[in-house]
Ligand binder design. Structure first.
Ligand SMILES: [Zn+2]
Length: 198
C-alpha cells in the first residue's frame, strides 16, 4: 500500500520540512493515507512517550548523583514538566515514573537539598509540614553558610575585603556602591551579624 511513487515524493517533501498536511495538499493525496504511509516507512516517527520526553530533560551530575533538570524551572527553583496543558513539578513526575504513584495529599521531598534534582533515589515521600520545615531549615542554613548559597552575590574574599576597607575608614555607602549590595548589608557584614564564619 505504501509503495506508490507519490508516497516517495511525499516522503521527500516531508523530509524537506513541510507538514504532512501540506505535502498531501501539494501532491493531491489523501492526508490520512499519506500520514499512514509515512508512518509505516518510519519517516514520521511515533510520538515520544512521556518517559522519553522526560529523559531528554535532565543530566547527571556525577559527583552528587543528582539528575539536574535542564528544562524550565519555576520561580522556586523546581523543574517543571508539561503534561498536556498542565505544568507539573518535574521531581513529582520523576517519582511517579520511576518509583510509584504519590499518595494523595503527600509531598515529594529532596534528600539532597537540590530542588532541580529529579533523581528518584534522592526523593522521598513526606508531609507538607515536613516540606515546610525542610525549606525553613534550608533557608537559614543557606543564610548562615554565606557564599555557598546560590542567593549570595558575595564571595568570602569580598567579605574580608569589605571588613578590611571599612576598618581602613571607607564609608558604608562607598562599599555598598563598590560591591553592589545595599548599605544595610554592608553594615551587617562589618558588624559580623552575617558571614560570621568568615
Ligand atoms: Zn539529587
Amino acid at each position: 500500500m505504501s509503495t506508490k511513487p507519490e508516497y516517495d515524493e511525499g516522503a521527500r517533501l516531508y523530509q524537506s520540512g513541510l507538514s504532512c498536511a501540506e505535502c498531501a495538499r501539494q501532491l493531491g493525496l489523501n492526508r490520512t493515507l499519506l500520514h499512514q504511509a509515512l508512518t509505516n516507512r518510519g519517516v514520521i516517527r511515533a510520538k515520544p512517550t512521556l518517559r522519553e520526553r522526560f529523559e531528554d530533560k535532565w543530566e547527571v551530575v556525577t559527583e552528587s548523583g543528582c539528575w539536574l533538570w535542564v528544562a524550565r524551572l519555576n520561580k522556586h527553583g523546581y523543574g517543571t514538566f508539561q503534561i498536556g496543558c498542565r505544568s507539573c513539578l518535574a521531581h513529582r513526575v520523576s517519582f511517579e515514573i520511576y518509583r510509584s504513584p504519590i499518595p494523595e495529599g503527600m509531598e515529594i521531598l529532596h534528600k539532597c537539598d537540590v530542588r532541580a534534582c529529579v533523581n528518584p533515589q534522592h526523593l522521598y515521600v513526606g508531609t507538607q509540614f515536613e516540606n515546610m520545615r525542610d525549606r525553613s531549615e534550608r533557608s537559614s542554613w543557606e543564610q548562615a553558610k554565606g557564599s555557598q548559597s546560590v542567593r549570595s552575590k558575595l564571595t568570602e574574599e569580598d567579605v574580608l575585603e569589605i571588613r578590611r576597607m571599612s576598618s581602613a575608614g571607607r564609608s558604608y555607602a562607598e562599599l555598598s556602591e563598590r560591591f553592589g549590595i545595599c548599605k544595610s548589608n554592608v553594615a551587617t557584614i562589618v558588624r559580623r551579624e552575617t558571614w560570621r564564619h568568615v
